[in-house]
Write a protein of this length. Structure first.
Lengths: 394, 394
C-alpha cells in the first residue's frame, strides 16, 4: 500500500513509518521538521539523541534494504502538498503532522495561535488536497482522547445515541477540550466529518490516549534509528517523565492530587493500531472514530507504580504533588470504550514493570543529557498564577 | 455602558451599533471593512447604496447628537486589538466581526482557509485580548443556529442533559455544521466555553437564526444611515433574496425541495436581543448560550408566502426549484428551543406580510441596481458538480 505519513519524523510518526515500511508498505514521509525547530526554540531536546531525518532514513535503507522517501514540506503550504499527493497517488494518508503539546499551546497567545494555524489549517489543506487530488485515498488522522474531556458518562467512540423528549438520534459525542491544543483536535474532527459527509472522503479518526515508551522492534535495529524520548514539561508525556525522574532519583511530579484518570497505550500498540486502520479502511464517505488506547490509569497510580519499580531497582524515589498548572478535575468518573480496534485484531500490550524498568534504564544510560530544570511545569493554564512549586513530597 | 462592537460596519453590526447608541450606550465600532473588500473582490454590492463608515458615523452624530467612535482594525492583528481594548476599557464586547457566508467559505480552498483564519484566529485574539486586558468585560459573541445542523431531536440552548448507561451529565449540545463557515462558528463556541472555564471570562454565545429585513428605526433616520441589503448568492439571506426576486418578477429560487427548515428573526429583533444580553450579563466564568431566533420556517413555505404577497401587489411571481448546491437534508425534523431570550424580555416581531411587502418595495425602488446574474447559486458544496440550473418553475 502506498502511504504518506505526514509528521513521519516525529515521536509516533517515526515509529509508525518504520513499522509500516517493515510490513512491506511503500512509505513516504512528509514533514516540515517543525518539531525539531520547536525544540530548539524552547531549548529542549530528546533525552536519547536522534539522527537527522536524512541520516535515519538512509540507515533504515542500509539495515533493511527498504526505501522510505522524504518530502520536507509544511502542510500549511498548500501547493507543495498537492504536488506530493498528486505525484504519490497514495492509497492512504496517515496524518500525525501537528503540534501535539497542550502546554506549548498555552504558553501565550502567539503559541496558541501558531498551534491553531499549524493544526487546523494543516488539516484543512490535507482535506482539500485529498478532495482535489486523491478523493479515494483513506485518511487516517490522529486525534486525542483528550477531545472528550472527563464527562460523567461513558465515553463512546466518536458518536452517541441520545434519547431526548421521546425522540432519538445518533450524534457526534460532545467534546470538552482542555487546552488550545485539544481545541484544534476537536476542530479537526469536525472538519473531517464534514469532508466525509459532503465530499465523500473516507476517514478514520484515531482518538489516541497518552503514549508511553519510545522504542519499537524497528527503532531498536540501529542507534541511528532510535526514536525521540521527550521528558521535558512541554513535550514529555507523563509516564516517560516519571521514568526519567525515577532515574534521577528526583521526586515524581504529580500535578495536583493525581486522581486525573487518562487513557494510555504503548507506542508499540500505536504503530499496530495505525496498521489495523489501514488494513480495514473506511468506506467512501465514511467517517469513523476509533478510541486508540489499551488501559486507563490515574496519574497517582502511575506514579506509585513507577516508584515501586524504581525502588526494586535500588533507586530512591518519592512523589511530589505540585500545584496543578492545568485547569482540570482531579477526581472524576472516567470510563472510555475502545472496542473498535480490539474487534479488528488489536492485541494490547499492557503496561508491564519490564516496560517501566526499560524506560528507567534508558534514562539512566543518558543521564548526563538530562536537564532537570526542564522537568517542572512552567506553563500555567491561568496566566495570573505564578508557576507552581513542589508543595509536598511523599 | 461602554461597548465595543467588532464588525460594527456590517449588516447586523451597523444596526446594532446605532440601536445601542440610541439607547445611551457609549459605542466604539471596531471594523476592518473586510466585508466591503469581499464585495469588491466578488463583484457584489448592497442593493441599497451604503455610505462610507466615516460618513454614516458623522451623519449619526449630526442627526442624533450622539457620538460613535470608529477604530479601523482587523481582529486577526493582535497588538492594535489589545491597544483598543486597553484604551476603551469596555464593559462589554459584541463580536460580529466575522466572515458570515457559507457559500463564500465553500468557493475554494483559499476562501475556506481565509474564512477559517479570519473567524477563528480573530475569535482567539478577542479572547486573549479580554483575558490580558479586560477580564471582567462581558463578551457577546454571534454564533449561528446552523452550528446545530438538523438533528432528529429537539435543539436545546447550547447544552443537553444526556442519560447514558445509568449515568447522567449535562454536556455541550452536539454540533453538525454544514459548511466551512459553520465549522468556524462551532470552533469559536468551543474556544469561548474553554476561556470561560479556564480563565473565568464571562460570555454569551448567541446562536442566531437567519436574519431578514434591513432597516431599523435608527437606520431609517437618514439615507446616509441606511443598512446594507444583500441579495446576491453569496451574502444574501434567503428571505431578502426572495423579495428581490419578487420585485424583479424573477422566479423565487428554492434550493432543492425546499423542505429545509431553519430559524429566522427580523433584524429589529437582532438588535434587541443584543441589548437584552448586555443588560443581563453572564457572570464571571459563565458561558451561556441563547438561541436567537423567533420563528421557524421551511424555505418553500417562505417562498409561497413571498409569492402570495407579491401577487397581491400585482407582481407576477413563481417558484423555481433549483438543484441544491448545498449538501443538506431537504426534509427533516426541526424543533429548536428559544426560551432564554424570551424569558429575559424579548418580544418577538413575527414575520408579517407588511415586512415582506416593505422589502419588495425597497427592492423595487432600487431595481435599476439589481444585477440578476448575482442571484443564482454558483458555489456548489460538491466541487465536481456543475452549477445547478433551474429545473422546474412552479
Amino acid at each position: 500500500m502506498k502511504v504518506l505519513v505526514i509528521g513521519g519524523d516525529g515521536y509516533c510518526g517515526w515509529a509508525t513509518s518504520l513499522y509500516l515500511s517493515s510490513r512491506g508498505h511503500d512509505v513516504t514521509i512528509v514533514d516540515s521538521l517543525a518539531r525539531r525547530a520547536w525544540d530548539r526554540e524552547l531549548g529542549l531536546d530528546s533525552l536519547v539523541p536522534i539522527a537527522s531525518t536524512r541520516r535515519r532514513i538512509d540507515e533504515w535503507s542500509r539495515v533493511t534494504g527498504r526505501t522510505i522517501r522524504f518530502e520536507e514540506l509544511d502542510v500549511t503550504d498548500y501547493a507543495p502538498l498537492c504536488r506530493v499527493v498528486r505525484e504519490n497517488a497514495p492509497d492512504a494518508v496517515v496524518h500525525f503532522g501537528q503540534q501535539r503539546s497542550a502546554p506549548f499551546s498555552m504558553i501565550d497567545r502567539d503559541h496558541s495561535v501558531r498551534t491553531h494555524i499549524n493544526n487546523t489549517v494543516g488539516n484543512m489543506n490535507v482535506l482539500w488536497a485529498l478532495h482535489e487530488n486523491a478523493p479515494s485515498a483513506h485518511l487516517v488522522k490522529l486525534g486525542t482522547m483528550g477531545e472528550y474531556g472527563t464527562p460523567n458518562i461513558d465515553v463512546e467512540e466518536g458518536f452517541i445515541t441520545i434519547e431526548h423528549n421521546g425522540r432519538s438520534d445518533t450524534l457526534p459525542y460532545p467534546k470538552q477540550p482542555g487546552s488550545f491544543y485539544h481545541l484544534t483536535k476537536v476542530s479537526d474532527s469536525d472538519q473531517i466529518f464534514f469532508a466525509c459527509r459532503v465530499w465523500g472522503l473516507s476517514a478514520t479518526d484515531l482518538n489516541q490516549g497518552v503514549v508511553y515508551g519510545t522504542s519499537t522492534e524497528q527503532t531498536a535495529l540501529s542507534p541511528a534509528l532510535v526514536n525521540r524520548f521527550d521528558y521535558d514539561h512541554v513535550f514529555g508525556t507523563v509516564l516517560n517523565r516519571f521514568c526519567v525522574q525515577a532515574a534521577l532519583s528526583h521526586p515524581l511530579t504529580v500535578y495536583g492530587r493525581g486522581g486525573q484518570t487518562r487513557s494510555f497505550l504503548d507506542i508499540r500498540d500505536t504503530v499496530r493500531c495505525i496498521e489495523i486502520a489501514l488494513e480495514h479502511p473506511a468506506k467512501r464517505g465514511e467517517y469513523r472514530v476509533f478510541n486508540q488506547f489499551t488501559e486507563m490509569f490515574a496519574v497517582k497510580e502511575l506514579a506509585e507504580r513507577v516508584t515501586r519499580v524504581a525502588r526494586e531497582h535500588g533507586l530512591a524515589c518519592g512523589i511530589a504533588h505540585l500545584a496543578n498548572p492545568r485547569v482540570e478535575r482531579e477526581e472524576h468518573y472516567y470510563n472510555c470504550v475502545n472496542t473498535n480496534l480490539r474487534s479488528l485484531g488489536l492485541e494490547p500490550t499492557p503496561l508491564s514493570d519490564a516496560t517501566i524498568a526499560g524506560l528507567i534504564g534508558l534514562a539512566r544510560e543518558h543521564i548526563d543529557r538530562v536537564d532537570a530544570r526542564l522537568i517542572p511545569p512552567r506553563v500555567t493554564w491561568r496566566a495570573e498564577e505564578t508557576p507552581p512549586d513542589a508543595s509536598a513530597v511523599a
